[in-house]
Design a binder for this molecule. Sequence first.
Ligand code: MN
Length: 441
Amino acid sequence: MNYEPVIGLEIHVELKTKSGMFCGCPADHFGKTPNTGTCPVCLGLPGALPIPNKKAVEWTIMLGLALGSTVSEVSKFDRKHYFYPDLPKGYQISQYDQPLCRGGKIETSQGTVRIHRVHLEEDTGKLQHAMVDGKKVTLVDFNRSGVPLVEIVTEADIHSADQAKEFLKKLHQIVRYLGISDADMEKGSMRLEPNISIRKVGETALPPYKVEVKNINSFRFAAMAIEYEIKRHATILESGSIPAQETRGWDEAKNATVSQRSKEEAADYRYFPEPDIPPLRFTRGYIEGIRQSMPLLPDERKQKIVKEFGLNEQQATVLIDDERKLNLFESTVLSNAVVSAGISGATVANWIINKVADYGVATTQQVAADIVESQKITVIDESELQNVLATVISSNDKAVADYKKGKQQSLMFLMGQVKRQIPKGNTQQILDALKAALDTQ
Ligand code: MN
């Protein structure tokens, strides 16, 4: 039986604001001593009141604008309740029915993926399962709880693991170019959750179940988890059953997904409006101001370098992959050294793609100097050239004799011997002089 995967994605992105979502604690929690970046607000102590982080709201709107979403003129926060000790309040401040942004899309080579919504919430603390005094215990670090977290939810428009990967890479790039998050997958500042189901080819209704795979930390694992689930669902459907609606996790050691719990319905969360934060209202002017302050997006910068510097699609794709690489290209191609030497954009692009090892370390000045040097053709001093030719001819009798008999290969061999001694020499100049010298032998 042929099946078509139906996949939606939920992506959580930690914003790199200075302070927390609702308090003044540092948002940068990575590698800090546990529970040092906390206060009564993010610990949910009685009487503490949350105050929304203006920058986090602005950046979420900016991301929505970059995705082509409609920004809500009125938005609000809600409490999402669940029983798990990673948030001390017993609920997460999130957004339910009035998210900051709705709609939008990202184009992939396999079709448009529509965005359902973009909302803002707070991150949770981290649990650590450990042994203390010979006892199995769970330790809680609240440094991460209350860090601004954007959630992006797509429609179920994705139909393959490859398409999911392409979408995720594009989203990752957009977030990085906007400068609103490190989106570092290894540190968990971007976390991926595919919702997967499959249906018979030709069916158009959404399947009667879906499986969510939680907190995946790489594009590759996301693709592997999707492939794994597609096969698993097909086997269950073939046996006449329907896969269980549940939340699963990706087990890196087993290269498999494992069941975690049955999936909650929205009603289980007992959402209600956060009474301590009044609704947010935005004027058109405020939203336009954010749009004006937006940097160019990856696709726009790609078109720009293709048009302005005559790059091909492939070069441009490689360069925009990492903004540091792109910035290095732009600064080098416009540097005085490169411009005055008349070196083409394509040459600079190839050099940066193939010869620069570390984009974080390389400086424009050094890279420009290297490229100019590589393009230099030295006109060699005639007497120096004659000396080298004489040496090469006198020490390669056989090749000279072979050349005299009409063996072209020998000419190339002799040419190679000369070039070894004067590598930067103008090839045509050397070849002409070599032929002339051989003819007088
Ligand atoms: Mn969430």
